[in-house]
Design a protein around this ligand. Structure first.
Ligand SMILES: Nc1nc2c(c(=O)[nH]1)N[C@@H](CNc1ccc(C(=O)N[C@@H](CCC(=O)N[C@@H](CCC(=O)N[C@@H](CCC(=O)O)C(=O)O)C(=O)O)C(=O)O)cc1)CN2
Ligand code: MET
Ligand SMILES: [Zn+2]
Length: 774
């Protein structure tokens, strides 16, 4: 019999209960017990949803109060001493690593001041994990009352026999890095980690876990030989534990494992291997052939990364093929990855056009899909006839809908010329014109765009959405917010100002709402990091811009100050990647449509007198295929082209900025150069300044602002810290090319820390200005 499984469920809850409780706890409004109870209720509800949907195997330990990799840092007692030394309650230590902690001394406790650990992209998704930082001679031990055991028992008490999910030992180490000052190669710590890992598996078996899902997603990456070899060591040791541990499913996702297929022989003792057959259906034959006798294939055919209904006909055909090769008892129908990346349920969406809603499937619906597919294969199509028929009708409705096709957009795309990808002059000429026009000092200061999205702003927007306040009232409210942000920046002494983005719910959703071809949800939230969520707009058809999207706000902001005002747009790749893109048209086509819409916006801003325009592309790297090779080159080619198409319609004097919230450019530096942006701002405060060396090595001529402080944490950086960062940057960058700015936008911050940190930043810039101008 073919069974079904879900690799993980979203954590936030249908109403973002987890986000609200976590933030209330941080604000001191609810107790730790109340937060813990909220987590418990959510887990119970999520297990029930999946059980009621008929999903066979359901995960536990997929829940986290912040991030599941961070959970494992605590689980293995790999907490750096700078956190451990405070002897905080486990929950507070956990959050201190996630978001930093700065607290004045009280009668009973000393002052705490510790920055967060680094947060990085989870493969090619918009989810971020907390990166384990490991010491030379790092030791591990199992935390008391291990979370996976606790949550397994919790589900068991509810009558759900779950499959605990763990981050695999090899992936955990590979995804980590040496702590600042340490030089350890994380993978060399495997021997230290394995006994703890086996102790955990043994405990899980003791409490009744029959199987465990061990995620080793790094198997889809290009791996150094040493990491590949680590799989052999790890899984031989795990196999040696025999019947004292549960059966194991090793899960991979977001790519194929064909290039690492030799590693499968190291996994011959595990009971099942999971692969992503949505992304890479072609790997089926190779993987099937490489399985050990009796080994089960978990076939990921329901997409964990988007919201489109699964085409049952296609999925059943793939599963049937696997069954033909392996037999029904050796095939499980599964989601391609955890459903963490999908919204909670479609059932809450009351405002979608009915035609379109019928094309979608969110997490709760996907849990049902795996069950239906498994039943169709086991008992035959007749057993689920109604569901198969309805699915076929949905597929037909979408493929024939008039909504997806706009001939005017296609017409415009056919008229794109080579000249439309080029600025009028070279950077050298442009920067001279820009300097004259802007007359900026050495080490110019700026910010990345957004200022605090206060409760007041969000509530005003909510009221406007509900019709409680009029458009005119909302607009004048936004103007007041813009004015406030402008005055704050003038008082701080910043050089290039921004309007603060108060009118934007989100940098991608906002643009989606102003473009044709998109639809929106009311509750379609997806976790991005910690308590932060996004509601990705959904691309269903051809995209165009009916009217200017940002000109009014930027023009107003520019009109109330004599300082240069920077216009603020989200680039085509980021608009695409942080939406749910359509899957019936190549992404390069959607990116070009977005680029043409943005090109018009850029030109309109210039015409309105805004001569500094930032086009954010933080998702450029995220879209980079995970493995090096031809696919990467093809992606970079169309990604760079769409950025250029969006930005090159302006005169020399208009300065184009772009922003990325990371600083690892080594593997695609040529593409960064090819963007031909005049100024780049990048994240840098949490990474090694040595990453900037590539700009020096490649003699990158344009301007760069590597972030001087982290904005994801409320912590205010001391001036010495910023000074030290700038000194480090000057080892690799010329003073003439260096801008001073934070790592990213300030929307998640509160005003007091924003003001304090920017004040320190501007002072530091002035210090360097004095030193270098002398
Ligand atoms: N799409 C996207 N991806 C990104 C980023 C980003 O900015 N956008 N930045 C990077 C880091 N990721 C981030 C993701 C989300 C947020 C973020 O701030 N999200 C906000 C929600 C933003 C939003 O959509 N706000 C809406 C809705 C706000 C809201 O919750 N309103 C309340 C009512 C008002 C209230 O009581 O507060 C409600 O609907 O219930 C608005 O402002 O209009 C949050 O989780 O709090 C920040 C960074 C990488 N990926
Ligand atoms: C995630 S990148 C953010 C860029 C945007 N302009 C902001 O400041 O919020
Ligand atoms: Zn950013």
């Amino acid at each position: 019999m073919v069974t079904s499984s879900v690799l993980g469920f979203p954590r936030m809850g249908g109403n973002r209960e987890l986000k609200k409780a976590t933030e209330a706890y941080w604000a001191g409004k609810i107790s730790a017990e109340e937060l813990i109870q909220t987590g418990k209720n959510l887990r119970a509800s999520h297990w029930k949803i999946q059980k009621d949907a008929g999903a066979g195997t359901i995960a536990s330990n997929d829940f986290s109060f912040y991030d599941h990799v961070l959970d494992h840092i605590q689980l293995f007692n790999a907490v750096p001493n700078r956190y451990r030394k405070y002897n905080l309650p486990a929950l507070d230590e956990f959050f201190a690593m996630g978001r930093g902690l700065q607290r004045a001394a009280t009668e009973s406790s000393p002052a705490v001041d510790v920055p967060s650990l680094e947060m990085v992209k989870w493969f090619d998704s918009n989810y971020h994990y907390v990166r384990p930082t490991l010491q030379d001679n790092q030791t591990f031990s199992l935390a008391a009352d291990p979370k996976p055991v606790r949550e397994f028992l919790e589900a068991k008490a509810q009558g759900v026999n779950t499959r605990p999910v763990l981050v695999g030992p090899v992936s955990f180490l590979h995804l980590g890095k040496p702590d600042r000052g340490a030089s350890v190669n994380p993978i060399t710590l495997l021997e230290n980690l394995l006994p703890v890992y086996i102790e955990l598996l043994t405990k899980l078996r003791e409490v009744g876990a029959e199987t465990v899902q061990i995620d080793e997603p790094i198997l889809v990456l290009d791996l150094p030989p040493r990491t590949k070899a680590a799989f052999k060591t790890a899984y031989a040791r795990i196999a040696a534990a025999g019947v004292s541990i549960p059966k194991i499913t090793v899960a991979t996702y977001f790519g194929d494992i064909v290039h690492n297929i030799d590693v499968l022989s190291s996994l011959s003792a595990v009971s099942a291997v999971h692969v992503d057959l949505v992304r890479n259906p072609e790997q089926l034959d190779t993987v099937t052939a490489a399985l050990a006798p009796g080994q089960i294939l978990s076939a990921g055919v329901v997409n964990g990364r988007n919201i489109w209904k699964t085409d049952f006909g296609e999925a059943i055909a793939i599963v049937q093929k696997a069954v033909n090769a392996l037999g029904a008892d050796r095939v499980v129908v599964a989601t391609s990855s955890s459903l963490l990346h999908t919204p909670h349920t479609l059932a809450s969406e009351k405002n979608l056009p009915a035609e379109v809603a019928d094309w979608f499937s969110f997490a709760s619906e996907k849990a049902r899909e795996v069950a239906v597919i498994a039943r169709a294969v086991t008992e035959g199509a007749a057993s689920v006839k109604a569901e198969l028929d309805a699915n076929a009708a949905s597929m037909h409705s979408r493929s024939t809908s008039a909504r997806t096709n706009d001939p005017a957009v296609k017409e415009r795309q056919s008229k794109v010329t080579a000249a439309m990808y080029e600025r009028q002059s070279s950077f050298t000429q442009r920067i001279a014109a820009q300097q004259t026009h802007l007359s900026l000092p050495l080490f110019p200061t700026t910010t990345i765009g957004s200022f605090p999205q206060t409760k007041g702003i969000r509530v005003a927007r909510q009221k406007f959405g509900k019709g409680d306040i009029s458009a005119a009232e909302y607009e004048s409210f936004i103007e007041k917010e813009i004015e406030l942000v402008v005055r704050e920046q003038e008082a701080l002494g910043l050089d290039v100002l921004v309007h603060g983005e108060p009118e934007r719910n989100d940098m991608v959703q906002y643009f989606g709402e102003r473009l044709t071809g998109y639809v929106f949800t009311n509750f379609g939230w997806v976790q991005s990091y910690g308590s932060r969520c996004v509601r990705p707009p959904i691309v269903v058809g051809d995209i165009s811009r009916p009217a200017p999207m940002t000109v009014k706000e930027s023009k107003y902001a520019a009109s109330i100050t004599s300082k240069p005002m920077k216009g603020m747009l989200t680039g085509p790749i980021t608009c695409l990647r942080w939406s749910f893109p359509r899957d019936d048209v190549h992404q390069s086509v959607q990116a070009e449509q977005l680029a043409l819409a943005l090109r018009d916006e850029v030109v309109d801003l210039e015409t309105a007198g805004v001569n500094v325009i930032q086009v954010d592309e933080p998702a450029l790297r995220e879209g980079l295929p995970l493995r090096s090779g031809k696919e990467r080159d093809a992606y970079l080619d169309w990604a760079v082209k769409s950025f250029r198409l969006a930005t090159t319609g302006v005169k020399d004097v208009t300065q184009i900025h772009s922003h990325f919230c990371y600083s690892e450019f080594q593997d695609f530096f040529h593409a960064i150069t090819a963007l031909d942006a005049d100024v780049l701002s990048i994240e840098n405060s949490k990474s090694d300044a040595k990453l900037l060396k590539v700009f020096e090595d490649e003699a990158y001529p344009r301007h760069i602002g590597p972030g001087v402080y982290d904005i994801h944490s409320p912590r205010v950086p001391p001036q010495e810290e910023i000074r030290a960062r700038i000194e480090e940057m000057l080892q690799f960058l010329k003073p003439e090319q260096l801008w001073i700015n934070p790592d990213c936008g300030l929307k998640t911050r509160q005003w007091p820390e924003t003001r304090a940190a920017l004040d320190i930043m501007v002072k530091a810039a002035k210090e360097f200005r004095a030193k270098y101008q002398a």
